[in-house]
Structures are given as structure tokens and as C-alpha cells.
Design a protein around this ligand. Sequence first.
Ligand code: NDP
Length: 456
Amino acid sequence: MPSMSDFDYDYFVIGAGSGGVRSSRIAASLGARVAICEDNRLGGTCVNVGCVPKKLLVYGSSYGPDMEDAAGFGWTIGERTFSWADLIAAKDKEIARLNTVYGRILRTAGVTVHEGRGVLIDKNTVDVAGTRYTAEHILITTGGRPWVPPIPGADLGITSDEVFDLPEQPKRAVIIGSGYIGVEFAGIFNSIGSETTMIYRSALPLRSFDEDVRSCLSEEMEKRGVHLLRDTRIECLERRADGAIDVVLGDQEVVTADMVLFATGRVPNTAGMGLEEAGVELGERGGIEADSFYATSVPGIWALGDVIDQVQLTPVALAEGMVLARRLFGGVRGRVQYEVLPTAVFSQPNVGTVGLTERDARARGSVRIYKSHFRPMKHTISGRDERTFMKIIVDDVSDVVLGVHMVGPDAGEIIQGFAVAMTCGATKAQFDATIGIHPTAAEELVTMRTPEPDPM
Ligand code: NDP
């Protein structure tokens, strides 16, 4: 058994996305000799084809409805035009800047960056573009990629990997799936004026979210003009003579589109990396089996982030990467706090949520539910028919707040602070004792006093 110094590195990270970059930087700051390899642009899904460009497109698109709202406040806006090409070019410039920043951050931290695909040779060896490196610990953070259902003609559609580089704005956009990516892109295309249809197999979008949130969002999306085809199965996609795409539904109805975006989930990136050969166990969907300390079935090989197929969220990968690096190189036995998990969906309007849904909370015991559904102050004058929804779920015995949910402008920004309160174990009485900030929407979350009647 070679000693630690016989290895080229103490820590070799395969995949420079959110989790890998954070873990390698923390490890290097703790004195470890660290390398990272990447065969694509630095920053992974989040920076290149995920969170960051998506949020930029959400900002870009929301000027459309904002300009409509301005009329009620006295503005007359002249002829409006929108250039998809300009928005994409601006987005590309910002992402290129971030790629450079990521390279600099890694170098400054003392992490060696190897360009190329990492393939596991054995439990201490990684091959990158024909050169072999040894390390005492190897971390796999190769993330995931979009998954497309095997229906005839599926290759006529695109995924979130391609949508950010779409050469032209589609006049008619069809989105298949109603998860995070589906509702976010339905909002983007609708707000820039594409005729947008979201087709999904369930009754409501955003499975696993609170039912009230799901129905409220679907109502608001419909009011904004997104066509929702719920409970709908897709038979196939067909190319028309004029170049457009026919989406043939289960009942043989046809929706014609210029672009079809599959937003039907993501699968872990684990193929062709020598994982199985090295003895790393994979789960049913191809994700790496990792325990609560991110150890795989092979000692010394670790995995976290999307590739372990648990929670596919950047901040979770960051937290996991940090905990592991501190544990391996700092002797700190921390754990990621998965119980109070805040998340936002950048749909239009936004969804923000933290903690349990009503259904999950009821399954655990007796609860009190507080709800508020109101017209935001801005829309009293803008005239937009949009309502904000808020909901608090409280443990009836301990008074501890179990869940806070919101559909409305800035929900993600608002819920972050409530996630801090819930991480501290806040009770409803403590919410009630908090002074509101007036006039805001968020103050409603500290002024809800009357619980819903108990459904018998
Ligand atoms: P999701 O898992 O959120 O949603 C997948 C959607 O595809 C669901 O509507 C699902 O339907 C549908 N679907 C799955 N299989 C089929 C099928 N065979 N036929 C028809 N429909 C199908 O995946 P996304 O691709 O939207 O996003 C992937 C993940 O990325 C998210 O879960 C999230 O973790 C992360 N993400 C986070 C964001 C954020 O934090 N704001 C933004 C974007 C992504 P059903 O509901 O019926 O199961």
C-alpha cells in the first residue's frame, strides 16, 4: 500500500460542475493536493445549460409582461420588438465570463485543472486524455443529462442542452413535461410571445409540490396564456412538409410546433467511465450508490451531486461537496441538512417552497394550515388578473412550522429567509411575533392568524 505522498494527488475530482468545483476548492484550501478534470465547459450544468442561463432568460422574457403592466401606471410604450438572437448573445457573453471566472477560482485555490474526460482505471487511478494520474481519494461529480422518452420521432425534439442555443425564437413552442424545466421554459417562451403549449401526463404540474401550489400555478400559467394539455399522452412526433413538427397526442389530436422541448427528467452521467469495471455499484437508473457520507461501494471513491440521483439541486451539491472535503481533509464530521430543503421554480409567477407539503405533513400527525390568496398591490393598478398564494403548515402539537409555500413574484427570494427560520425550528408563535415589513407581500407570512377549518 503506497503512502499518501506516493500518489500524484490527495484528491482527484472527475467533473467540474457545482459539486466538483466546490469540493476541490475546499479540499485545496485545507492543504490537500487537488486536481479536477472536465471534458466540457467549466461550471457544469448549472453554469452552462441550467440555473444561470435559465435565470437570465427568465429576466429577459419578463420584460414582456412588465411592459403590459406599465400601461396602468401611465406609461405608453411605443412599438415593441424582441430579438431572441440578442438575448442569446448577451447570455453567451455572460456565460463565457463565468467559465473564465471558474478557471481563475480553481487556479487561485491551487487546484490543477486537466482538460479531458476522466476514466477510472482502478480505485486510485484516473486516465485523462491518455495520461494517468493517481490519487488517494477520487470524487465523481459527473452530474446528469436530460432524458427523453422513447417515442417515435423523439429526435425531432430538443432538450435543455440545446434550448439555450436555439438559433431562432419559435413561433409555436411545445413543452413536454411539467416539472421544473417544463414550467420554467413554458413561462419564458410565453412571455417573449411564442404561442406556448405545455403537454403533460399528470393532472397538475410540479409533481411532489404541495397540491395547492400546483393548482395555483397551473391557473396562473393559463391566465398568462400558456395552453395546458393535462392528462395527455404523446404518441409520436412527425416532421411536416413545411419543416414544422406535428406532436401527435394519444387521442390522435395534433399540435403543430416549430420547436418541441422535452423536459422529461434527467438521468445520471455514469456510462463509459470505467465505474462498473472498478466495482462501483450503480442503482437502477444508473446513478452511483452512495451512503450518507458519499462513500461508494469502493473505499476511496466518493460521489455526490446529480450523479448519485438523490436531490438534483445545485445548492445541495455545493453543500455535499463542502461536507465531504471537510471530512476528508479537515477532520470535520459535518452532515448536509436535507430535512429543511428550500427550493424555487422560476416559473412566471415564481414558486418558492420549504419543508413539507400538506399531504406529507398530515401523514406525520395533526397539523394546522394557514392560507392566503390575494391580489398583489402592483396588480390593483396594472390590472393584471393574477393572485399570489401563500400557505403555512404547522405541527398542531409542537407549533413548529413544517412548511412554507408560495406562488407569486419573488417567491424564491422570500422563501430563502423563511428557510433560515425553519432551520432554526421556528414556531408559528414566533412567526406571529415577527414584525411585518409594510407594504410587502412577504408580510402576509407573519400575519396569517386564522387556520383553515379541519377537513373531516
Ligand atoms: P422533473 O423530474 O422535475 O420533471 C419531469 C417531468 O417529465 C414531469 O412532468 C414528469 O411527469 C415528466 N415525465 C417523466 N417521464 C415521462 C414520460 N415517460 N412521458 C411523459 N412525461 C414524462 O424533471 P426536469 O427535467 O424538469 O428537471 C430535472 C431536475 O432538475 C428537476 O427535478 C430539478 O431537480 C432540477 N432543476 C431545478 C431547477 C430549480 O431549482 N429551479 C430548475 C430546473 C431543473 P410526472 O410529473 O407525471 O412524473
